[in-house]
Design a protein around this ligand. Structure first.
Ligand code: APR
Length: 234
């Protein structure tokens, strides 16, 4: 591929799997061990905020103990070395892209490292342990929740992502099963705008048919190989 054109990258839980953070739908994945309706919906949080916050406290501790892997680092290299804009959109709520050196990561499902006040919308760095009714630093009401987009809620930054997809020369999907919308619709949107589409995943995803090319394997292998090929192209 010639060195031209903006690139939009979408990552999912698979890019962080080799950093020790579980995926959701693989064998043994989080949603095979926990019911997402209890842990990733506003209704589940309303039913038992302590249970949900304990889950996110545990996930936050796992994120803090994890390290970025070669795939995260390769994307940071691509952002630094590509002559046109590289927009990095992630469904992940970890900060491994940032810790690998990526800038301006678009967290469409929010992030574990921020707390959100459900009453006034204030955001602040999440404490190690968040408890029900923690007071908001801004309005003092006890309405703290994880700043994570739950099922039934609207993901963040969709306008910005849509604009980037419109301009993309290449759309790359990495480590995602392609089962959760709107992210699962990005490949079709990019194709409709004329972009080449590439899938880098352990195995073909649900929308594998939408990709012009695919490299299947572990992210820490296929992502650096793909980035090195791109950056070494004339
Ligand atoms: N390297 C590359 N891909 C991998 C690896 C790996 N080491 N391990 C797993 N995968 C792939 C799996 O084959 C699967 O296609 O990563 C994908 C993970 O899919 P999911 O577990 O469904 O995760 P994701 O697609 O990110 O889920 C989307 O669902 O529950 C919600 O909000 C949550 O953001 C999440 C969204």
């Amino acid at each position: 591929m010639s060195k031209a054109g903006p690139i939009v990258i979408l990552t999912g839980a698979g890019i962080s799997a080799e950093s020790g953070l579980g995926t959701f739908r693989d064998v043994g994945g989080l949603w095979s061990r926990y019911d997402w309706r209890d842990l990733a919906t506003p209704e589940g949080f309303a039913r038992d905020p302590g249970f949900v916050l304990d889950f996110y406290n545990w996930r936050r501790e796992r994120v803090r103990a994890a390290e970025p892997n070669a795939a995260h680092r390769a994307l940071a290299r691509l952002q630094a070395g590509w002559p046109d804009p590289v927009t990095l959109v992630t469904q992940n709520v970890d900060d491994l892209h940032e810790r690998a050196g990526s800038a301006e990561v678009i967290h469409m499902h929010g992030t574990h490292l921020t707390a959100l006040c459900a009453a006034c919308g204030h955001r602040w760095p999440a404490p190690d342990v968040m408890r029900p009714a923690d007071p908001c630093p801004a309005c003092a009401r006890g309405a703290a929740r994880p700043d994570v987009v739950w099922f039934g809620e609207t993901p963040y930054h969709l306008d910005r992502i849509g604009a980037a997809l419109e301009e993309a020369a290449v759309f790359v999907s990495i480590g995602t099963s392609g089962t959760v919308y709107p992210a699962a619709g990005f490949a079709a949107a990019a194709r409709a705008a004329g972009a080449r589409t590439i899938e880098l995943n352990l195995e073909p995803s649900e929308n594998a048919a939408l990709f012009d090319t695919a490299h299947h394997g572990k992210a820490s292998d296929v992502v650096p190989a793909w980035v090195d090929t791109l950056l070494s192209a004339p």
